[in-house]
Structure formats: structure tokens, C-alpha cells
Design a protein around this ligand. Structure first.
Ligand SMILES: C[S@@+](CC[C@H](N)C(=O)[O-])C[C@H]1O[C@@H](n2cnc3c(N)ncnc32)[C@H](O)[C@@H]1O
Length: 272
């Protein structure tokens, strides 16, 4: 059995036993904590889920909370392929495990498009949220500039990034271990950084924390940045830490790096 087959079986089991739903809930809880000042109000917010993905759990969670939520992703296309039908079943599984109403799954505000050219007017959104997607954007600076344009003054970004420098950041290992605990036989930890073991199966920009912060600081006030989920601390031997001395321990073990940023209330002056 290939690693992929094993991963899909494991992932399906994690959907059934609720592990994946719990993971999404915990990310939503971080967002709720960081943005309680806007999410706890009575007002329904205009929210964009940037690169919502095929399963779109966060879209459903925010929609069921009564917000006007839009999603944009390359994959937002209506098709009836067997793969799409399987994803439809998986979405229902999320709905069941997250105890969301059927209305949370409606897709009337899902657009197919590139996050670097957003099809929205200036000052449209109160909040833009994104999970495990920024690492795939190949022109992050353009995306951040677009976020600035479409956010209302005072609007917030909550981005959770799967860092390239994490043990699983090369996307060349198990995608069903969350966090990564074991490696296939013969595979060394951080081999994507140490030996550039390829292929990476998805586009990856290979950005580090400092690059993301710099791109956001160009346009936004950074209110917070932190690691929400770690992995691989048990794999980081003193010898590997020395070999990877150009990276900090923090970035080598951070899977989910969160940036909370705000567009200045007066619109601010974005640095060109
Ligand atoms: C790992 S998935 C994450 C999806 C979702 N946020 C989640 O947490 O399940 C990354 C998504 O980014 C989308 N994506 C990557 N680059 C994009 C771009 N430039 N424009 C639109 N979508 C993009 C992919 O199609 C994919 O659905």
C-alpha cells in the first residue's frame, strides 16, 4: 500500500471519528479568542474565507454563526465527478460532527478565482480569514495588497499558515498525521530543508515567518503573531538543530503560524 492510500484511509477514519472536526473547532476557537471584539457582537459580519478548500469547514462554521461569508478558491467549480461527490459526502460528515445546520453548507457565495486578483469592491469585508493556504500562494505580496484593498478600514485579517520550515512543511510526508509524529522508514526529519527531498506535491512559496510579517507590515498593523500548533519537537536532535542553525527552534517546530492584522481605521498609508 502506498503512503497516499494509507493517508486517505486514515483521513477518512479521522473524518468519521470526529478528529478532523475537533481540529477545525480548535482553530475556530483560536480565531474566536483573537477576534472576540468583532465576532462576539450582535452584528452579522461580511467575511471572506480566502482559499476555502474543497471541504470548507471554516466557511460552514462562520456561516452557521450568522455571518455573510464568501469563499474564493480555484476549486470552487460545480462538477459531478466522482471525486466531487466524495467531497460532498465528506462535507456532510463535517456538518454532522460540527453539529451545523444544512444551511451552513450552501455554496451560493463561493467564487472560483485567484486570491491575487479578488473580484470584490474596495472596503467590502470586516474580516478575511484563511487556513493552511498562504503557504501555497506564489505571489504573497500581491495577495496581501488585495486583502488591504477589499477590507474595510479597521477590518481584520486572521491567517493561519502551515509553515514551510515545519517538519511537514514540504508537503512530502503524511498529510493524515496532525501533528506529524512518525516518518516513513529511511526518511530523515526536515529532509525538505536539509536535502531538498522532492517532489512537493503542491505549489509552495517556501516563505519564512519574517517574510510573512514583513509583507503584512507593509499594509497592516500586526496585532499578534503566534504558533497555534507545534510538531516535531521530539525529532529535533541537537545535531539536526545545529545543522539547521539558520532556522530558529520556534520556526522548525511550528505547524500553524497565526497572524492577526488590522487595516488602520483611517485606511492608513500602505507602504509602496
Ligand atoms: C491546503 S488547501 C486549504 C483549504 C482550506 N482553507 C482548509 O483549511 O481546508 C489550500 C487551498 O488553496 C487554494 N489555492 C492555492 N492557491 C490559490 C490561488 N492563488 N487562488 C485561489 N485558491 C488558491 C487551493 O485550491 C486549495 O484549495
Amino acid at each position: 500500500m502506498t503512503q497516499y492510500t494509507t493517508d486517505y484511509i486514515r483521513y477518512t477514519w479521522q473524518m468519521i471519528n470526529g478528529f478532523r472536526a475537533e481540529h477545525e473547532k480548535s482553530l475556530a476557537n483560536f480565531r474566536q479568542r483573537d477576534l472576540s471584539h468583532i465576532l462576539n457582537g450582535a452584528r452579522s459580519l461580511q467575511i471572506l474565507d480566502l482559499a476555502n478548500g474543497r471541504l470548507r469547514p471554516q466557511f460552514a462554521i462562520l456561516k452557521s454563526a450568522g455571518h455573510q461569508i464568501y469563499g474564493i478558491d480555484f476549486i470552487n467549480r460545480p462538477t459531478t465527478s466522482p471525486t466531487n461527490i466524495a467531497y460532498g459526502v465528506a462535507r456532510q460528515m463535517y456538518r454532522w460532527k460540527l453539529q451545523l445546520p444544512q444551511s451552513a453548507m450552501t455554496d451560493d457565495k463561493l467564487l472560483c478565482g485567484d486570491v491575487g486578483i479578488l473580484p470584490f469592491k474596495d472596503d467590502s469585508f470586516d474580516l478575511i480569514t484563511s487556513i493552511a493556504a498562504f503557504e501555497h500562494f506564489l505571489d504573497v505580496s500581491s495577495v496581501v495588497k488585495e486583502l488591504y484593498r477589499v477590507l474595510k478600514p479597521g477590518g481584520m485579517v486572521w491567517a493561519c499558515i502551515h509553515l514551510f520550515t515545519a517538519p511537514s512543511g514540504g508537503h512530502n510526508l503524511s498529510f493524515a498525521q496532525l501533528p506529524l509524529r512518525t516518518l516513513p522508514k529511511g526518511v530523515e526529519p526536515w529532509d525538505h530543508l536539509r536535502q531538498r527531498r522532492l517532489p512537493f506535491h503542491v505549489p509552495l512559496n517556501e516563505w519564512r515567518k519574517a517574510q510573512y510579517i514583513a509583507a503584512f507590515q507593509h499594509h497592516f498593523e500586526i496585532l499578534n503573531d503566534y504558533c497555534a500548533l507545534r510538531e516535531g519537537e521530539h525529532l529535533l536532535t541537537p545535531a539536526i538543530e545545529k545543522e539547521l542553525g539558520q532556522y530558529t527552534r520556534d520556526e522548525l517546530t511550528c505547524w500553524a503560524y497565526v497572524i492577526v492584522a488590522r487595516k488602520p481605521a483611517d485606511g492608513g498609508a500602505s507602504v509602496e
